[in-house]
Design a protein around this ligand. Structure first.
Ligand code: PLP
Length: 391
């Protein structure tokens, strides 16, 4: 019987997909399910973007493209980065990839091996740790703390770095907490990096456009002193409600771009051509739909945070970005995963237990507010009823 090599015993999963499947199965049985589990906008992709893909198909864009993406799209990404961060990214250093996750996969595969450390946020996106373990590198969690408003702490990250540190992963605005790291922390982090010239940085900025209440997104792209070791991860999934299209981009330092291109040639050849044309329309077309989505998320943010804070034993900070609330449920007496399971099975409300995002996630749940206001209100009511009658 064929068996995968041992590294696959170490690969993890993203429980949000298992919850999505279970929620779908319950809905198929006729149960009323409200999904606050998966992290994807509940809006359709804006119509002009869809039309660009249809047009690309009609215009005959059916073949392979360059492995790193069509030149016009890489140029549009560079122009967008310049406008948003002031950083001059060369189109030749940009790769168009099938989703932001692929940048994570590529970067960690490229830099991870036994004997080196890779630092990652905890709680954080579960795939970081899973991929680090896959490569045999040692995963070193950087604590992300509620008392710090879930911002990344430069001092804590730098204190964990040694000459074994090969890669540091940072993420702001963050999943699962919605935390946004302020400029002062990022300045301090970049300044401290001068002591570790061999360490690469993977900055996951997939939620860079989803910010509220004046919160500022500070891109690591805007620090030229680390340009020779920065990998930027961003994409279309969250900003343009395009999770199912599978489209993202990376900016690589000169020393890594060739490896990134070669992995693309070996593994996926290119992102499908019409999707790349859709991505081009997204970047170069009107941005009103993005603004409208962010305004809708902002209204829901208040609804969800106020509603959670009114629940017994629950307290929730106001997140500055992304579309997640990460309330503490410690005072409720519940263990996070048990609560998430019981809520789904007994009330039909899908959300994710904090431990799915790391050891520091115990005592928290992640509530995605990429759902309508009516659904959020109904879900909060069901959770309240559940908490008031269950131990
Ligand atoms: N990075 C973070 C922090 C995410 O939360 C996600 C998706 O949930 C991704 C990256 C991957 O996004 P994509 O759908 O573009 O692969």
């Amino acid at each position: 019987m064929p068996k995968p090599v041992a590294a696959f015993d170490r690969i993890g999963e993203e429980n949000a997909f298992a919850v999505l499947a279970r929620a779908g199965a319950l809905a198929a049985q006729g149960r009323s399910v409200i999904n606050l589990g998966i992290g994807q906008p509940d809006f359709p992709t804006p119509p002009h973007i869809v039309e660009a893909a249809v047009k690309a198909l009609r215009d005959g864009h059916h073949g392979y493209t360059p492995a790193t993406g069509i030149p016009a799209l890489r140029e549009a990404v560079a122009a967008d980065l310049l406008a948003r961060t002031g950083a001059e990214a060369l189109p030749d250093r940009i790769t168009i990839v099938p989703g932001g996750k692929v940048t994570m996969f590529t970067a960690i595969l490229m830099l991870g091996e036994p004997g080196v450390d890779i630092l990652y946020p905890d709680p954080g996106f579960p795939i970081y740790r899973s991929m680090i373990e896959f490569t045999g590198a040692t995963p070193v969690p950087i604590p992300i703390r509620e008392e710090n408003d879930f911002a990344f702490s430069a001092a804590e990250a730098l204190a964990l770095m040694t000459d074994r540190t090969r890669l540091v992963i940072v993420n702001s605005p963050a999943n699962p907490t919605g935390g946004v790291t302020p400029r002062s922390e990022i300045d301090a982090f970049v300044a401290g990096l001068s002591r570790f010239p061999e360490a690469a940085i993977l900055s996951d900025e997939i939620y860079s456009r989803i910010l509220y209440g004046g919160a500022e997104h500070v891109s690591l792209m805007s620090y030229p002193e680390i340009a020779d070791r920065l990998i930027l991860l961003d994409g279309w999934s969250k900003t343009y409600a395009m999770t199912g299209w599978r489209l993202g981009y990376a900016v690589w330092p000169e020393s890594l771009i060739d490896a990134a291109r070669k992995l693309a040639v070996n593994a996926w050849s290119c992102v499908n051509a019409p999707t790349q044309h859709a991505g081009l329309a997204a970047l170069t077309g009107p941005q009103d739909a993005v603004d409208e989505m962010v305004s809708a998320f902002e209204r829901r943010r208040t609804l969800v945070v106020d509603g959670l804070n009114a629940l017994p034993g629950v307290s929730c900070r106001m997140p500055g970005g992304a579309f997640y609330a990460f309330p503490s449920i410690r005072e409720s007496g519940w263990k996070a995963k048990a609560l998430a399971t019981r809520l789904l099975e007994e009330t039909g409300v899908a959300l994710i237990g904090g431990p799915d995002f790391g050891t520091l996630g115990e005592g928290y749940i992640r509530v995605s507010y990429a759902a309508s206001e009516a659904e959020i209100t109904e879900a909060l009511g069901r959770i309240e009823t559940f908490l008031s009658r269950s131990p």
